[in-house]
Design a protein around this ligand. Structure first.
Ligand code: PRX
Length: 630
């Protein structure tokens, strides 16, 4: 990409330009894409509504920008390299041309099942190339995909199916994860018991027994068998929905974050190109799952729009042993490696032995995403994986931002351990105090906001625009509020301090405390619960639940296990509390609000300085909780 930043002064110049002339800045970047019709205006916006439109009136199809835009030049280049869970199973490589035809074939299959523009399709699949094919096939015909992480439970899946009014589900028979074989179709069946989803397409992966419902369920290989491998791309408006992705907030059920076509396309490639400084021929590997935004933007859309070779890994970092990541790096000569701090910390615990067996000399750039990376993990990653020669891009962003917002530009702007450093050109950060007053200058700490639109920002929360307005645009007037705390140090570098709302980040996965509490409260013996995060060595944050329950006919140990199981069933294993403390009361103010600040302190094990407890209804509760914890 000719627009790419190559030097530090280039970064500074571009940054300045993006602030003083944002429309010109983005128009220049958008010009390298293929638009069937150009925009009449680059940007229309109003953060109060919010109403944000990028590349107004432009027409395009994002898959034409992946395929037709460069098929003549890069058709034979590997698009996806797939590495199976089992190292003895042969992998697969799809060139851009092959991927193009598979996407077209599956797009035709979707059409022949009556799925078209505007229909919602849930993708609940393992990490196989078909999940990317499914996403792109939807985009090809203008259907809106909503990928649900295949580790979510049937009831979490059912909630999403209902909320987005899904017409079809794309899934698999099962899923391989490390030494386990997990039933996937059976979870879908359970989720669909009370739904009117018309079509289920099942990709055969594990060959385990499944029940297929006549008329509704079809095998992937059957539906594509007779289809042509060319399918004309649907013409989409720049602001037509591309996908919905559910994420947790501090209240209520997960919300469907809506991303639209034109802006998301421009920003995902722009950020991929610049942050990772991918060069032609490189192998790029992001270890995320397609069920999260990282998988959307930096396994599928960003790299494929950029014509890169993206590696997709089905397995887990510790199977068959803790050297698996490094075995894959050596095998495929990976040049850019992008993972999560939780994975780094988990592998750090195995020492350097599992690394020493492998040749990691192909690595040029390392990335980190999903949660703050602590200095120790940063140094370990830099020294033992990057051999002190690979810049680490610590990328801060969110499901709602669609793409990386704050990050070093690999090899060009400076890095600093535990700092996401500087905003990308086009991103106007703002630190505010609790009253919303902007804190200018360096050496300040407060809440992180963004004061000007960027192309891949959230447009709405599906089916509930008011919720989008309240959550992101009402806390501080005229600004998008991220929910994160941040510090700008004396050099002007940004360090993300973590969530300031009731969202916890467990192994880089976002969970709302209310969501976990609701699941715990489903247990018939539970009277009330309060959930907080606490520092966890590997996961970053662990889940600590304080639960009031009726102990008749139960032992404490039984009840604790039953509650964990309950949460696992309602949300999924990722939400299972790490610690459950049975308590007789919760610290509440006179107005009935639970004082989580106190619960967080106790969970951390810091029992002094509880702060002001005078507003508590019953200050004794705190003493009892501390005793219980001790
Ligand atoms: O708290 C921040 C944290 O993850 C949140 C976003 O979570 P999610 O929407 O699931 O997206 C994760 C992948 C982009 C943020 O509000 N977070 C993400 N990246 C970082 C981070 N915290 C610190 N440093 C990061 N690099």
């Amino acid at each position: 990409m000719s627009d790419r930043i190559h030097t530090l002064s280039g970064y500074l110049y571009e940054y300045q330009k993006s602030v003083t002339q944002p429309e010109e800045f983005w128009a220049r970047i958008a010009d390298s894409f293929h638009w069937r019709k150009r925009w009449s205006k680059v940007l229309k916006w109003n953060f109060d509504e919010p109403d944000i439109q990028w590349f107004v009136d432009a027409k395009l199809n994002i898959t034409e920008n992946i395929f037709e835009r460069h098929l003549f030049t890069i058709g034979d280049r590997p698009a996806i390299i797939w590495e199976a869970n089992d190292p003895n199973e042969e992998g697969r490589t799809l060139t851009y041309r092959e991927l193009f035809h598979e996407v077209n074939r599956f797009a035709n299959a979707l059409k022949s099942k009556g799925i078209g523009k505007g229909d919602k399709v849930i993708i609940y699949m393992p990490m196989v190339p078909e999940s990317a094919i499914a996403m792109l096939a939807c985009a090809r015909i203008g259907a809106i995909h909503s990928v649900v992480f295949a580790g979510f439970s049937s009831s979490a899946l059912a909630d999403r199916v209902i909320d987005c009014e899904a017409k079809a589900i794309l899934t698999s028979d099962g899923n391989f994860r490390g030494s386990k074989k997990i039933a996937v179709k059976a979870v879908v069946d359970e989720a669909l018991e009370k739904s009117s989803v018309e079509t289920v397409i099942v990709y055969e992966r594990t060959k385990q027994d499944v029940t297929m419902k006549e008329g509704r369920d079809h095998w992937w290989h059957d539906v594509i068998a007779e289809e042509a491998d060319l399918c004309p791309a649907e013409e989409m408006d720049s602001e037509d929905m591309l996908f919905i992705l559910y994420t947790s907030g501090s209240t209520g059920k997960p919300k469907g974050v809506v991303h639209t076509t034109g802006g998301y396309m421009v920003y995902s490639q722009y950020s991929f190109d610049n942050v990772f400084q991918y060069s032609e021929g490189d192998v790029y590997w992001c270890t995320a799952d397609v069920g999260w935004i990282t998988g959307h933007s930096y396994i599928v859309y960003g790299p494929l729009l950029a014509g890169a070779t993206t590696l997709m890994f089905e397995g887990v970092p510790t199977f068959p042993d803790a050297g698996r990541f490094w075995a894959v790096v050596e095998k495929h000569k990976v040049n850019v490696f992008y993972t999560a701090p939780t994975a780094i910390r988990a592998l750090q615990a195995y020492g350097t032995e599992p690394i020493n067996n492998y040749d990691l000399s192909s690595l040029k750039v390392l990335g980190s995403v999903g949660e703050p990376i602590n200095e120790e993990a940063w140094h370990w990653y830099h020294t033992h994986i990057g051999k002190n020669k690979c810049p680490i891009v610590d990328t801060w962003w969110q499901t709602e931002t669609g793409g990386i917002m704050v990050s070093p530009i690999a090899g060009i702007t400076p890095t600093k351990p535990a700092y996401a450093t500087l905003p990308l050109p086009g991103v106007q950060l703002c630190i505010v105090d609790p009253e919303g007053k902007e804190l200018t200058g360096n050496s300040v700490e407060g809440n992180l906001c963004i004061k000007f639109p960027w192309p891949s920002m959230i447009r709405t929360t599906y089916g509930d625009h008011e919720r989008c307005k309240q959550t992101y645009f009402s806390t501080y007037k005229g600004m998008y509020f991220t929910g994160d705390g941040v510090k700008r140090d004396h050099d002007g570098y940004y360090r993300i301090l973590g969530r300031v709302d009731d969202v916890i980040n467990v192994s880089g996965h976002r969970l709302g405390t209310a969501e976990v509490e609701n699941a715990i409260n489903e247990h018939p013996k539970v009277i009330e619960s309060a959930v907080v995060g606490y520092p966890h060595e590997v996961k970053g944050q662990g889940i600590y639940a304080y639960v009031i329950c009726d102990l008749t006919n139960r032992t404490e140990a039984n009840l604790v296990n039953e509650i964990k199981e309950m949460v696992s069933q309602i949300i999924g294993p990722i939400a299972k509390p790490d610690k459950i403390q049975l308590v007789s009361g919760l610290p509440k103010t006179r107005s009935g609000k639970i004082m989580r600040r106190i619960l967080r302190k106790v969970a951390e094990g810091s029992f002094d300085s509880m702060g002001d407890t005078s507003t508590l209804l019953d200050p004794d509760v705190v003493t009892k909780i501390i005793e219980g914890k001790k």
